[in-house]
Each structure stands twice: as C-alpha cells, then as structure tokens.
Design a protein. Structure first.
Length: 182
C-alpha cells in the first residue's frame, strides 16, 4: 500500500435512501455523502494523490477559511498500488500526479476498513460505489460502509460486484482515522 495522505471530513449519518441498517455513518473516501472539510483544490496545497502530506496543512487551510476544526474527523489513507479496470478485468499500476508528495506517517492510526473508489478522470477521488451507488445493499460492509479487509475489496472487484457502480478505474483505499490537530 502507498501512503496517499490525509483529509478531514464532516461525517454524515447513513442517509435514509441507503437501506442498510448495519451502516451507521459514511467513512467513504469520496465526498458524495460525507463532505470534505472545504473546497481545498483551489488552494493547490494537496499532494500528488490529491490529499495532504500532513494534517497541519488541513488545519491551516481550515482556520484561514473559517472552518471549525473541532467538527471534523481526520483521516489518513493508504492506496493499493494498482487500479482495477472493470471492463478489461485487469489490474494495472498507476502513479500520483507530478505534485510533490511527502506524506508524514501518523504516530497513531486506527483502521476502519477499505473503500473502493472510482477514478475515471485519474486524479481526484470521485465516487465510492458502496455508499454513492447503494452497493452496500448487495455487498456486506461494516458500520462505516467500508469493507472489512483488503482481500474482500479485491475479490469483490474481480468478481464484478462493483460493475453496477460508477465507471472506473477503481482503486482500493485503507481508511484510517487519526487524532485531530489541536
């Protein structure tokens, strides 16, 4: 797995239209349901994976733009080094964009599961089909609408269980929470 970086989000409770009682809230990498802390792309402080190298950068941007840090959940992501083409049923390697990427490893992190995310444009995470496309109603997830293991994510992709979602390629992310910055 590759250290992709950090992001802060406002965690949404399971929407009523997602008919999966086991899901309590949405920890997806995409911002379709649980919003990113702000529209950060325009500041060009993100790394080559379109996340942040450390949580301090997030805090700086949030404070400078009137975003309350205390209302955010901080995430750290690792991404599998290959992406899946659901049409060709093949795995191919990919690289982050050419922006500098120097992710500082968190001192402590808590793994919550694995998300599968679409990257049809190839840059920023687009859609997390487990939540966005209701695939959690067909694929067993945990209370955060994530898969329990990397193997489960890879197997579900290879079996075509994500074919009904948004177009790929698709990437597998390990989703961790980290302590917020004070």
């Amino acid at each position: 797995m590759i250290s992709a970086g950090y992001l802060a989000k406002r965690i949404a409770q399971r929407p009523d239209w997602l008919q999966v009682p086991e899901v309590e809230d949405i920890y997806s990498v995409s911002n379709c349901i649980s919003d990113d802390f702000m529209d950060y792309i325009k500041f060009w402080r993100h790394n080559g994976y379109w996340f942040f190298d450390n949580p301090e950068i997030i805090k700086e941007l949030a404070l400078a733009n009137g975003v309350a840090v205390k209302d955010l959940t901080f995430f750290y992501y690792e991404v599998y080094e290959e992406e899946f083409d659901e049409e060709q049923k093949t795995w191919t390697s990919f690289e982050g964009e050419s922006f500098p990427t120097n992710v500082i490893q968190p001192a402590r992190k808590t793994l919550h599961g694995y998300d599968v995310v679409t990257f049809s444009v190839g840059t920023i995470p687009e859609c997390s089909p487990l939540s966005c496309n209701h695939l959690a109603s067909e694929i067993k997830t945990n209370s955060h609408c994530l898969l329990e293991s990397f193997e489960e994510a890879k197997e579900n992709l290879e079996l075509g269980k994500f074919d009904k979602g948004e177009p790929g390629p698709l990437r597998i992310f390990a989703v961790y929470t980290v302590e917020p910055i004070n």
